[in-house]
Design a protein. Structure first.
Length: 185
């Protein structure tokens, strides 16, 4: 019985990864700007990583990777290697697992965050995605608690995902740290 349940869990996780990778591997041709003063009404991401009418707050936290960027709830912020400009390439099922950080107005900088590196970039639906140092920011749906870094170094959706440091660069170190127990999938 236990063997059957374990096999089913492994197969379900594998199917999810393959589905996400296939659905998000296409690139977007939209262009965007890194305008830190953009304002407007936006729709929030499903997990609440965005702000529907207010400013998203970008903060810092310290963990085994160093000082990293987080959202207002302490969730780790990631960058997607295929995003070579401030325009996101993550849409559809990709954005379901890697929700973009949205802001209804210019994002706010918490302690330790360089406000001059914050900005926004338009998404296809008209919402504004927060950027830092020109990188669109995302959370990871499988990070369940503040401080989780389960998405660090994952190769999904057509590229690698990395935690973002306060200097505006991707942290290439070992990831998967979690404040809670359990597997990544």
């Amino acid at each position: 019985m236990k063997k059957r349940i374990h096999l089913a869990q492994v197969l379900a996780a594998t199917a999810t990864i393959l589905l996400v990778t296939a659905a998000c591997s296409s690139k977007s041709n939209s262009t965007g700007s890194n305008a830190g003063t953009s304002a407007g009404s936006t729709s929030a991401a499903a997990n609440g990583s965005g702000a529907a009418s207010g400013a998203a707050m970008i903060q810092t936290a310290k963990n085994s990777l160093g000082t990293i960027l987080t959202d207002s709830k302490g969730r780790t912020l990631y960058v997607f290697a295929p995003d070579t400009s401030s325009s996101s390439t993550c849409y559809g099922i990709c954005a379901k697992y890697w929700p973009p950080v949205l802001s209804g107005s210019a994002p706010a900088a918490g302690s330790g965050v360089d406000a001059s590196k914050l900005g926004t970039s338009p998404r296809k639906d008209g919402s504004k995605q927060v950027t830092y140092n020109g990188h669109p920011l995302y959370t990871f749906a499988l990070d369940k608690a503040a401080g989780d870094t389960k998405g660090q170094g994952l190769n999904q959706d057509g590229g690698l995902w990395y935690v973002l440091g306060t200097d505006g660069n991707a942290i290439m170190g070992k990831g998967g740290a979690s404040s809670s127990s359990g597997s990544t999938y």
